[in-house]
Design a protein around this ligand. Structure first.
Ligand code: CP
Ligand code: NVA
Length: 300
């Protein structure tokens, strides 16, 4: 695998191989068996948005693999003052062995890959969040023993929804999503789902989507960069909360997942969040293991 730009680019086999490697790296990490597979290599991490999990898990992951990670804020890089991405890509390719980037436009990530000569990993754009969903798939497989589950997503048709739909459909899950009509997933994703007739269902009624779910995902109503829309989004998503009533129509033992950060009292109740905290923090932990697999697959 050269890059991880979006899950649309990966085959089912490539996804499963990454998950298998992530499981192995996780088990060995717990057993204290080191894998210095990226010794002497440096990952640059460009951030144009905030991050807790992505930053810390990538940095720690590189360290555990014997390499090095550089935190590069766009406030300090010349890219933040208008240096073209084409030039940044060519310069950084001369110093680094890989780049992880979190930014707004998916095009910026695609351009880094196009103009640079080193692996590029997408650490979240407005369009998608592939690293998160690899960790999500790892977590669901760990807890359920299979990926052939009923996956339900409640809320904004945002970057998380886009990646969850692609990732879960590719590995054979049944996907139901509930979102307001004005907040549906990206048109590219709605085109993609046509390849999976009978496996995808979209509604604006959360209870319909949650029926018989094995795992329910949600995400914030206003993503990074949408802070100005907070009030109007709170209104639009008022009925789209993961709460006890919603879970009552899901399968018994239904998991709840959240990429975090969570807004208790908005997209999820405090009660549901705390009842599923172990699963949610396993999901957060798996960012580390899943991304180490991505780093090895791209950079070794
Ligand atoms: N879930 C996730 O990507 O978290 P951060 O924004 O903290 O990196
Ligand atoms: N949809 C959220 C995910 C954060 C990890 C955002 O883009 O802010």
């Amino acid at each position: 695998m050269k890059h991880l730009l979006k899950l649309l680019d990966l085959s089912k086999d490539e996804i499963i191989e990454l998950l298998d490697l992530a499981d192995k790296l996780k088990a060995d990490n717990k057993a204290g068996i080191p894998h210095p597979l990226l010794k002497g290599k440096t990952l640059g991490m460009i951030f144009s948005k905030s991050s807790t999990r992505t930053r810390v898990s990538f940095e720690t992951g590189m360290y555990q693999l014997g390499g090095n990670a550089l935190f590069l804020s766009n406030r300090d890089l010349q890219i933040g003052r208008g240096e073209p991405v084409q030039d940044t890509a060519r310069v950084l390719s001369r110093y680094l062995d890989g780049i992880m980037i979190r930014t707004f436009a998916q095009q910026e990530v695609e351009d880094l890959a196009k103009y640079g000569s080193i692996p590029i990993i997408n650490g979240l754009t407005d369009f998608c969040h592939p690293c998160q969903v690899l960790a999500d798939l790892q977590t669901v497989r760990e807890h359920k023993g299979t990926l052939e589950v009923n996956m339900c997503y409640i809320g904004d048709g945002n970057n998380m929804a886009n990646s969850l739909i692609v990732g879960f459909l590719k590995v054979g899950a049944h996907v139901s999503i509930a979102c307001p009509e004005a907040y549906q997933p990206d048109s590219q994703i709605l085109e993609f789902v046509k390849q999976y007739p009978g496996q995808f269902f979209m509604t604006d009624k959360p209870m319909e989507a949650a029926k018989d779910a094995d795992v329910i995902f949600t995400d914030v109503w206003a993503s990074m960069g949408q802070e100005d829309e907070k009030a109007i989004r709170e209104k639009a998503f008022a009925g789209y909360q993961v709460n006890a009533e919603l879970l009552s129509v899901a399968h018994e033992g239904c998991m709840v997942q959240h990429c975090l950060p969570a807004h208790r009292g908005e997209e999820i109740t405090e009660e549901v969040f705390e009842a599923h905290a172990d699963e949610i923090f396993d999901e957060a932990e798996n960012r580390l293991h899943a991304q180490k697999a991505v780093l090895v697959a791209c950079m070794k």
